[in-house]
Design a protein around this ligand. Sequence first.
Ligand code: IYR
Length: 221
Amino acid sequence: MSAKMIPWSLPHRNVGGQLARGGELLDEMTRRRSCRHFSDAPVDRRVIEQVMAIAHTAPSGANRKPWRFVAIDDPAIKRDIRLAAEAEERKNYDRRFPDEWLEALEPIGTDAHKPYLETAPWLIVLFRVDYEVMPDGRKQKNYYPMESIGIMSGFFIMACHMMGLATLTDTPSPMKFLREICGRPDSEKPILLIPVGYPAVDCMVPDIPKKPLAETVQWNR
Ligand code: IYR
């Protein structure tokens, strides 16, 4: 059976228009930073809902959208998440991270202390949904769930930034505690914990060099 097809197009832009629009976007995205010092100023729930709607437009394997957003602004749940994340990270920094990893983190200045998990007004947990359980109990497998959630996460953090919101792509490891705290089933795996809010007025970010684009690009062979 073939799919029903409908016409689709994009507005035409000439090269000048493309580069002008791209230049603005590049400037904007170059200013994005990972934020570890949030203000406690609230963010309207409708704004978070709109960010999720934008992220939800991401392409995905067989268009299954194999993700779940859990949006948390309840201070008690944020506290549970902070305490559980700090407990895991203390083990990581004290003994689980090899020296090589600790050295890689040195310029970023991170440690096991994660107060921002309580200060940020929202914590969004992105779960990868590996299969759906159908009403009759059958499992329906999703396709490319890891790639799909990676693409969706990019849309999510870009939407936040373009809307004036700070994010961190946090990965407290292991992350299993998030499934328990959020009450999600075994078919869902927590992939990213994203605090969303505004940078604190005295927020500082590491002054680190960025890898030049040219080192990451090849044209033809
Ligand atoms: N999850 C730890 C360590 C950490 C790992 C990477 I890779 C980073 O880019 C930053 C931090 C933490 O949050 O401290």
